[in-house]
Design a protein around this ligand. Structure first.
Ligand code: C2E
Ligand code: CA
Ligand code: CA
Length: 610
């Protein structure tokens, strides 16, 4: 964005505040000495001035921030939704407050949770030109207006604050070094705290934090310490533990004790709420000898624990750090992949089982990494989803697929329907409909040639909202398919409420269908039910003639799988359409015997790794 150095900074602000030079000086003194982080941001989002406290909190010097766009603090897509929300609210209400975690200078780590207030400065002429941004260290959730002074204590729980915790850790490290002792650092993150806070309100959210603080305190010895180090994150320092494997045993024991203590439901108002948490553990001196690295290790371990589901604790390991490093590297490379034209769409044909003709194709993304070669979506889509990058990537996929449909049409080829995968995050975004409309308008394609594939889990997150979104997509004339059917928990009867025209049976049901009667019975039931709902059924992952024979006998409509073709680059599909490539006649009619292997040259996964 705009990073041009501007001259009308704070002096100009004073000018339109109708001030004289004394006021300018006063303003500068106030700004520099405020305990709150203060930033002056112009209407374009460029940071004009920050004070010392602001610079300290985001760990970036004046020079790297002033004159730069505020998005510099949020370089990764995961924060995009929040930034959008802030901007929208600011232009609407002139004020936004809430908590956030900007990225620190090295951009590998976020700051602790900071509380942010932004107000539009309304000059006499009524045109907003500046925003005042005030940043303070974490305060009690739900009490946005109370200013916080860091006394080393969290006012809500009366536990130590993050800074005091780190101080104590540093002291404990020097003590442990002198006496050859071990230390355990635990970071606990409450599951679903945001949900409790949003649904039961901040007062009960606060209550929950107090209950947790108390229970944690009871789990530890007096020589240990507990701190509230983030909105719903607690740090624990175990000082009196054994060495070596004993330290692992001791810390693991404390983690289990914490789970037991949290297991008892908490009474919040009239509601009983179950508490659960993820815990990351790291040990001194095995894992690291410095406080900041120990904290980082514990966060890394916590991240692994979170991924493994509820009520999980994980010890830090060097492999974890390596995985985290690799993930991070991949994530930052993925950010550049789009701009550097490294993403491509391949297309996997879908064939009608009656006629053997190609009726459609699924667009599947490929990343051609300059050093690592082709990376499968299975390896980067999850990262894209976690970081929010899937939103811009998904938008690119929709536009590219629509353009491809238009190109094929312009070439006079038989019309096919192209499937595009929608991830849950994209599906939840408000602007999805707009993006689809734009792509349709831009390319002028027949909406029914676009097919959006959505998985059950994406819908089941919020059924009521999904019904509305799907109805709107369907009103555009766009085809809708349910993807990976059978892997989620939705029942076929639930599907009745959704405007799906196609159901795609997950390939896990097909793999052993020739030998597993259970799988065959399930697929049979799915097909019969889908047909009763007037849905078209596509089976995925067909690799052998034996599987094909069964699926044909079960009246499945279409197939997609290596038996016919792997996903191929667009040119290759163009050629197939030109040649009128069909499922060979021998295969188009039921065949009795399963060879057990993918058949012949035609069906091997060609160009998959091209
Ligand atoms: P999916 O939507 O279930 O896509 C089908 C996957 O099955 C593809 O893997 C395809 O190559 C593979 N496949 C097709 N036929 C066979 C077969 O006969 N045998 C076997 N073993 N596999 C077969 P791919 O291309 O690696 O994609 C993996 C997943 O990545 C997709 O699963 C989809 O969930 C996701 N994905 C791919 N492209 C996109 C995209 O543009 N956006 C989003 N959100 N997700 C995508
Ligand atoms: Ca799919
Ligand atoms: Ca699928």
């Amino acid at each position: 964005m705009n990073s041009r150095k501007q001259t009308d900074g704070i002096d100009n602000l004073a000018e339109f505040l109708d001030g004289r030079s004394f006021e300018v000086t006063l303003l500068k003194v106030l700004l520099e000495n405020s305990r709150e982080g203060v930033a002056l941001i112009d209407w374009r989002g460029n940071i004009r001035r920050i004070n010392r406290a602001f610079s300290r909190m985001v760990q970036q010097p004046h020079e790297t921030l002033e004159g730069k766009n505020v998005l510099r603090l949020f370089p990764h897509g995961e924060d995009r939704a929040l930034v959008e929300e802030i901007v929208e609210t600011l232009w609407q209400d002139g004020y936004w407050s809430g908590s956030m975690r900007p990225w620190l200078n090295n951009q590998e780590k976020k700051s602790q949770e900071l509380f942010l207030k932004i107000s539009a400065i309304l000059p006499a002429n009524g045109r907003v030109r500046f925003f005042l941004c005030q940043l303070s260290e974490t305060q009690a959730v739900g009490q946005p207006s109370a200013a916080i002074i860091d006394t080393g204590r969290d006012p809500l729980t009366n536990l130590a604050s993050r800074s005091l915790f780190v101080d104590r850790l540093e002291q404990a490290i020097s003590g442990a070094k002198r006496h050859n002792r071990s230390l355990g650092v635990l970071i606990l993150d409450l599951d679903r705290f945001k949900l409790v806070n949003d649904s039961l309100g901040p007062v009960l959210g606060d209550e929950m934090l107090k209950i947790v603080a108390l229970r944690l305190t009871h789990c530890l010895r007096t020589s240990d310490s507990v701190a509230r180090i983030g909105a719903d994150e607690f740090g624990m320092l175990l000082t009196d533990i054994d060495e070596g494997t004993g330290a692992v045993r001791n810390s693991g024991f404390v983690a289990r004790k914490i789970y037991d203590a949290l297991a008892k439901p908490a009474l919040l108002g009239t509601q009983e709420v179950e508490l659960s948490a993820a815990i990351g553990i790291t040990l001194f001196p095995q894992d690291a000898q410095q406080a900041d690295i120990l904290m980082k290790n514990a966060e890394t371990a916590l991240d692994h624990a979170r991924r493994r589901g509820r009520n999980n604790y994980q010890f830090f390991s060097s492999e974890m750090a390596e995985t985290a490093r690799k993930r991070f590297a991949l994530e930052s490379q993925l950010r550049h992949a789009m701009d550097h034209d490294e993403l491509r769409l391949f297309y996997q044909p879908q064939v009608d089982l009656q006629t053997g003709r190609v009726m459609g194709a699924e667009a599947l993304i490929r990343w051609f990494h300059p050093e690592r070669g082709m990376i499968s979506p299975a390896d980067f889509i999850p990262i894209a989803e976690e970081t929010g990058l899937i939103v811009p990537i998904g938008e690119w996929v929709i536009r590219t697929a629509c353009r491809q449909i238009a190109d094929w049409k312009a070439m006079g080829l038989p019309s096919i329907r192209v499937g595009v995968n929608l991830s849950a995050l994209q599906f939840q975004r408000q602007n999805l409909i707009g993006i689809i409309q734009d792509a349709l308008r831009e390319t002028g394609i027949d909406p029914s040639t676009l097919d959006l594939e959505i998985t059950e889990s994406a819908i089941m997150d919020d059924v009521a909202k999904a019904v509305k979104t799907l109805a709107r997509i369907s009103e555009l004339g766009v085809h809708l398919s349910i993807d990976d059917f059978g892997t989620g928990y939705s029942s076929l009867s639930q599907l009745r409420h959704f405007p799906f025209k196609t159901l795609k049976i997950d390939r896990s049901f097909v793999r052993f269908i020739t030998e597993n009667a259970g799988d065959k019975a399930i697929v049979n039931a799915i097909i019969a039910m889908a047909h009763s709902l007037d849905q078209n059924v596509i089976v995925e992952g067909l690799e052998t003639e034996g599987q094909l024979a069964i699926l044909r006998a079960l009246n499945c409509n279409q197939m997609q799988g290596f038996l016919f073709s792997a996903p191929v680059p667009p040119d290759e599909l163009t050629q197939m359409l030109r040649d009128g490539k069909c499922l060979p006649a021998t295969m188009a009619s039921p065949v009795a015997e399963d060879t057990g292997h993918p058949v012949g040259k035609e069906s091997s996964p060609r160009r998959q790794d091209a």
